[in-house]
Design a protein around this ligand. Sequence first.
Ligand code: AP5
Ligand code: MG
Length: 219
Amino acid sequence: MNLTVLGPPGAGKGTQAQRIKKSYGLVQLSTGDMLRDAAASKTKIGRQVGQLIDAGELVSDSIMIEMISERISHDDCAKGFILDGFPRTNCQAVALDMMLEEKGMKLDYVIEISIDDEIIVERIIGRLNCVKCGAGYHDKFHPPAVEEVCDDCGGTEFVRRADDNEKVVRTRLQAYHAQTAPILPYYRERNRLRQVDGMASIDEVEKQIAAILDGSRTA
Ligand code: AP5
Ligand code: MG
C-alpha cells in the first residue's frame, strides 16, 4: 500500500505518518526531513536548500522529483510507503504518477488533512521533536507523558525547527495555498482524494485515516 498525506503546515502530516508507519509497517518518506538532512550536510546544494527552507519557500520541482524517484527505488519501499510532504505542486503530482507507473507501482490513497488557517501558528510554534528518534510532540496538544522524556525512546533532548516561527509559517502557508492546494482537484477529478478532519484530536484523525485505509469508508 502506497499513500500520500497532504495538508498545510501543522496539519498533522508527520504526526499521522509516524502512526501509519507503526500500524501498517510502511516506510515514511518525509521530504521535509530529507531536505533538512541535505541542508545539514553543508554542501553547496545543501546550503541552497537550507536557505529556501528557512525562508519558507519551496525547493525546485527538479530536485524534489529526482529525490523521490531515487528514494522509492530502494528495496524497503517495495513493502509500501507514506509520502509526507510530496507532491507539493502540479508538476510533482504528475511526475509522481509517471514515475510510479514506470516502476510498476501506484498511489493507492491520497489523504488530505484539512485544518483552519487560524490554528496553524499555534500548532507550529508549540511543536518539538525528540532528537534521538524524531517522535513529534506539542507543548499543549501532545506533551510527552513524563515531562521532557520521549514516550517512544526515553530520550531527554528535544529540538524545535528553525522555520517554526510565526513569520516563516505565514510564508509556508502562502506557498501551500498558492502552489499545493491547486493539486487537490487533480486527485479529486480522478476520484482519488480522501479528506479527514485535521481539527479533531490526534487519536481521532488517526481513526479517520485507519477507516479509509481499512476500506470501510469512502469519501
Ligand atoms: P515540511 O517539513 O514538510 O513542513 P510543512 O509542510 O510546513 O509541514 P510541517 O512539518 O510543519 O507540519 P505537519 O503537517 O507535518 O505537522 P505535524 O504533524 O508536525 O517541509 C519543510 C520545508 O521543506 C518546506 O517549507 C519547503 O521549503 C521544503 N519542502 C518539503 N517538501 C517539499 C516539496 N515536495 N517540494 C518543495 N519543497 C519542499 O504537527 C504539528 C504540531 O501539531 C505538532 O506539534 C503536533 O504534535 C501537533 N498536532 C498534530 N496533529 C494535531 C491534532 N490533530 N491536534 C492537535 N495538535 C496536533
Ligand atoms: Mg511534517
